[in-house]
Design a protein around this ligand. Structure first.
Ligand code: ADP
Ligand code: MG
Length: 722
């Protein structure tokens, strides 16, 4: 029998009334209803103004400031006609979260009346406090000025909550001194850097009509749903987003019965609610299914331009969390909420392309003849080989460390999976003779009534952190709770750098009179000789790969964030970002400081929670149990029986151990070393292992102590009661 508190939670759950969701309107009616989209703008703006704005949005270039007033007026009219009284500049600080500063449209007049007002100046620029967000020492509290500036390329939208409607305007966030304090600014810069080099390479390949090249992103979001009646009893889930204690249930995911299984009805209603909201926001949610672990699910939108996809990804996380609450769930975006079952990732599908040449990472059916594809793909391979550690650093968080390399998620060693067909083509290039590509085959299923299936030329590899999947790369090591901006910035930047190198080589060879094909082949051959070591098609989980990768191929295995974050301070990384104009040295250093601080804070908060929960919730439960046991022992002795003492002795011994382990953690927590690097190491090498020891002791006790005394909802309850 569970404890009274847990029983109460279970009863609440069993009696939850079904939440009803408005019956789905037609997709056409819902779609982008709350977005000030190009279509909405077209009907609201004078033709010349619309054309000018559209030019900036689709073709890049500076916005004509004279149009801002007109756009602001139209935007306000549109928003107020939908019930908005407020507007907010929405920005993306380095915390992975979304921030908003709300202002009313209200403007008091001298005669005591008010009008609603929104000028071009208010649309284009805002001024939130620049020092209240982590900025890595760029701004101190007395130098507070920070600015937000309208990002024309990401559409404004309405946030419709029970508290009213707000017009939301996506913006960048910079300091008074001009440094980026956010994740959007570098993303836009990285895209510009990539565009410049990609256009250059396309020109070298003989293209004359070249539209701006943009990166695209489709991010698959995994998450857990746990009933909020259980989360209310778990301080760890509330504050850390993961369970710091919990013995594995008798049944976990061993039966493989959850993945793609029928979605539980309550969850389906939740998903439908989420999707309807996303559609209204113009977010193309496409795929939904159960994930591997019990209680784990996935939502994947159709891909969009990287900048817009990133803003939409932030909105997806916001909508998931808010909607879960409404349905009596807590949505956990942590990478490893439960030990022993799979964690959550966010696969970032990424490619580059434009309106004239299409997807530049599309190999076509005969990739060996597709020079354009080979050069762009070669550039990706070179980028990953040169800057794999930077990719690792871009996904380094305290929470993602629990997942990477845990034989369920890719290892922390960054390699590239190409699939057998492309691996073969690039192998041929390396050996100097390019003869052909393996063909995509038809697969017969041996039953007349079933169609033949088109078999992809390459298989999938779930163990690779960075896999080619047909016409894009999938960065699979990204964490579920992360902003996708950081990973996209790194991918765009390393690609810009590598395309530049390839274009330089190509230009030099062409200047020497080489024909284009010969020159391209020579550059590709050199690329593969120098960087082919990063291509790996085998089992990324195997111990053998960990050895080969490091010892024979010279790849780095940066296991923890404490190992990975200092990569941001390496000279070659500073040069990369400075050369491409994506981050100045000051901006890069501030990022190291912010991310290091977040890592340290996350672990220290968890350590404090471990102590608090162990001492105030678990130790008392164990003592109560021990007292019952000893009382019964005494009674039995009085009756002249010979009771078995092994259980009380075992429990008493483990409890003693728990007390001394807690003391050790407390001492370590209160004596952190000086300096960011030592502090990072202290968290990774001292605090985490001590926390793990305490957890092991508690989890063993959970399996012994009377269930009616155990205060924390168990794994079995949280994962299976719905
Ligand atoms: P899987 O789980 O099989 O990897 P999903 O359908 O769940 O596939 O997700 C694939 C994601 O990749 C989708 O978001 C899809 O839109 C995205 N995608 C497809 N083509 C591209 C592309 N060219 N650039 C970026 N993302 C893409
Ligand atoms: Mg998927």
């Amino acid at each position: 029998m569970p404890s009274t508190a847990r029983l109460g939670a279970i009863n609440t759950i069993l009696q939850r009334p079904a939440v009803s969701v408005a019956p789905p309107e037609s997709l056409q009616e819902l779609w982008a209803k709350d977005v000030f989209s190009l279509t909405a703008m077209k009907s609201a703006l004078p033709k010349a103004v619309f054309k000018s704005l559209q030019r900036t949005i689709t073709g890049g270039g500076k916005l004509d400031t004279s149009v801002a007033d007109v756009v602001a007026q139209a935007m306000k009219d549109w928003a107020t006609s939908h019930g908005a009284l407020y507007y907010a500049h929405v920005f993306y600080p380095l915390t992975n979260l979304t921030a908003e500063k709300h202002d009313g449209f209200i403007a008091p007049q001298s005669d005591g009346t008010v009008i609603s007002e929104f000028t071009g100046k208010l649309l284009v620029q805002g001024e939130p406090d620049g020092s209240s967000f982590p900025n890595g020492g760029i701004r101190s509290t007395f130098e507070a000025r920070g600015y937000t500036a309208w990002d024309v390329t990401s559409p404004a939208y309405l946030m419709d909550t029970p508290n009213g409607v707000t017009l939301c305007i996506p913006t960048v966030f910079v300091s008074w001194t001009g440094e980026a304090l956010d994740k959007k600014t570098p993303l836009l810069r990285s895209n510009a850097a990539m565009n410049e080099q990609a256009q250059r390479l396309l020109r070298l390949l003989g293209e004359t009509e070249i539209a701006p090249v943009n990166s695209s992103c489709g991010a698959e979001q995994e998450y857990f749903l746990v009933d909020s009646a259980f989360t209310a009893l778990r301080p760890d889930l509330q504050l850390a987003g993961r369970t710091l204690f919990g013995a594995p249930p008798a049944k976990g995911q061993q039966f493989d019965d959850h993945y793609f299984g029928a979605i539980p009805e309550r969850v389906q209603v939740f998903m439908q609610d989420v999707e309807q909201q996303l559609y209204r926001l113009g977010i193309p949610a496409k795929t939904r299914h159960n994930e591997v672990a019990p209680g784990q699910f996935e939502i994947a939108p159709f891909h969009e331009a990287a900048n817009v996809a990133t803003d939409h990804q932030q909105l997806i996380m916001t909508v998931l969390k808010a909607t879960a609450k409404k349905h009596g769930f807590t949505c956990l975006l942590h990478e490893k909420p439960f030990a022993g079952v799979n964690g959550s990732g966010k696969h970032v599908n990424w490619s580059i392309g434009n309106a004239t040449q299409g997807n530049l990472l599309d190999p076509g059916t005969t990739p060996h003849e597709n020079l354009q594809f080979l050069l762009f793909c070669g550039a990706v391979i070179r980028g990953v080989h040169r800057y794999g550690p930077l990719m690792r650093a871009a996904i380094a968080t305290a929470s993602n460390d629990h997942r990477l390399g845990a034989n369920e998620a890719p290892p922390a060693i960054i390699s590239v999976y190409l699939g057998s067909q492309l691996e073969d083509v690039f192998g041929q290039i390396r050996s100097g003779k390019l003869e052909g590509s393996a063909k995509a085959a038809l697969m017969s299923l041996g039953v007349d009534t079933l169609p033949d299936l088109n078999k992809d030329p390459g298989d999938r590899n779930r163990t690779s952190p960075f896999a080619f999947t047909g016409n894009r790369f999938e960065f699979r090591a990204v964490g579920s709770g992360q902003s996708v901006a950081g990973p996209l910035v790194v991918l765009n930047t390393i690609l810009a750098d590598s395309i530049q190198w390839i274009a330089d080589q190509l230009e030099a060879q062409l200047a020497n009179g080489s024909p284009l094909e010969e020159a391209a082949f020579a550059v590709l051959k050199q690329t593969m000789e120098e960087h082919g070591a990063v291509v790996f098609g085998g089992d990324g989980y195997s111990a053998e790969w960990h050895r080969v990768a490091v010892e024979e191929r010279g790849l780095e295995n940066l296991r923890t964030s404490a190992d990975a974050l200092p990569v941001l301070q390496r000279p070659e990384i500073r040069e990369l970002f400075e050369r491409t104009g994506v981050l100045s040295p000051v901006e890069l250093e501030s990022r190291f400081e912010v991310y290091a601080e977040q890592y340290i804070l996350a672990i220290e908060v968890e350590a404090k929670l471990v102590l608090r929960m162990a001492r105030t919730q678990l130790y008392p439960a164990v003592m109560e149990f021990l007292e019952r046991l000893t009382r019964s022992l005494r009674d039995q002795q009085e009756l002249g029986l010979a009771p078995d003492r092994s259980l009380p002795s075992q429990v008493a011994g483990m409890n003693q151990q728990l007390i001394s382990q807690c003391a050790a953690l407390e001492n370590a927590l209160h004596a952190p070393p000086h300096g960011a690097h030592a502090h990072l190491r202290h968290c990774a090498d001292t605090l985490l292992p001590l926390m793990q020891e305490i957890r092991s002791a508690v989890d063993s006790l959970e399996a012994l102590v009377d269930d009616s005394l155990w205060p924390l909802p168990t794994y079995q309850e949280m994962l299976f009661v719905r």
